[in-house]
Design a protein around this ligand. Structure first.
Ligand code: HEM
Length: 111
C-alpha cells in the first residue's frame, strides 16, 4: 500500500492527496505490454525482471537471499534421480489479493 502525499495523476486516474493505493504485483507481472503471452511460464524470457521484490527505494532487502534459496532448492531437486509428478490432491492457493501464491502443492517423488 502507498499513500499519496500530494494530488497526483497516474495514467489518467486522479489520486487525491491522502488516498491509499494498492499496487497489485501479480497483475503487474502479467502486464501483456511488458511480457508477451504473460500467463505462459517461459524460463527463457528475454526480460525476466518482474516486480515480485518491489521496486525503487523499498526494493526487498532479502531478494538476494530469497533468490539463492530458490536456486539452491531447485538445483538440489533437479539433481535427484527419479522424477516428480503432481499427486492427486488439487493445489491450495493463498487467498491474498496482494501476494498470490501456492499454500500447498502436492508432489509425489517417483524413483
Ligand atoms: C520470495 C521471497 C520474498 C518476496 C517475494 C519478497 C517481496 C518483497 C516486496 C514486494 C517488498 C517491497 C514491499 C514494498 O515496497 O512495500 C519487500 C520488502 C522487504 N523485504 Fe522481502 N521478499 C522476500 C523475501 C525476503 C527475505 C528472505 C527477507 C529478509 C531476510 C526480506 C526482507 C525484506 C525487507 C526488510 C523489506 C523492506 C525493504 C524496505 O522497505 O526498504 N524479504 N519484499
Amino acid at each position: 500500500m502507498r499513500q499519496a502525499k500530494t494530488d497526483v495523476e497516474l495514467r489518467g486516474v486522479k489520486v487525491p492527496a491522502g488516498a491509499f493505493v494498492a499496487a497489485l504485483i501479480g497483475s503487474a507481472n502479467r502486464d501483456e505490454q511488458v511480457f508477451p503471452d504473460p500467463d505462459r511460464f517461459d524460463i527463457d524470457r528475454e526480460r525476466q525482471v518482474g516486480l515480485s521484490f518491489g521496486h525503487g527505494v523499498h526494493f526487498c532487502v532479502g531478494a538476494a537471499l530469497a533468490r539463492a534459496e530458490a536456486r539452491i532448492g531447485i538445483e538440489v531437486l533437479a539433481s535427484l534421480p527419479g522424477r516428480f509428478e503432481r499427486a492427486g490432491r488439487a493445489p491450495e492457493w493463498n487467498l491474498s489479493l496482494l501476494l498470490r501464491g501456492l499454500k500447498a502443492c502436492w508432489i509425489r517423488y517417483v524413483l
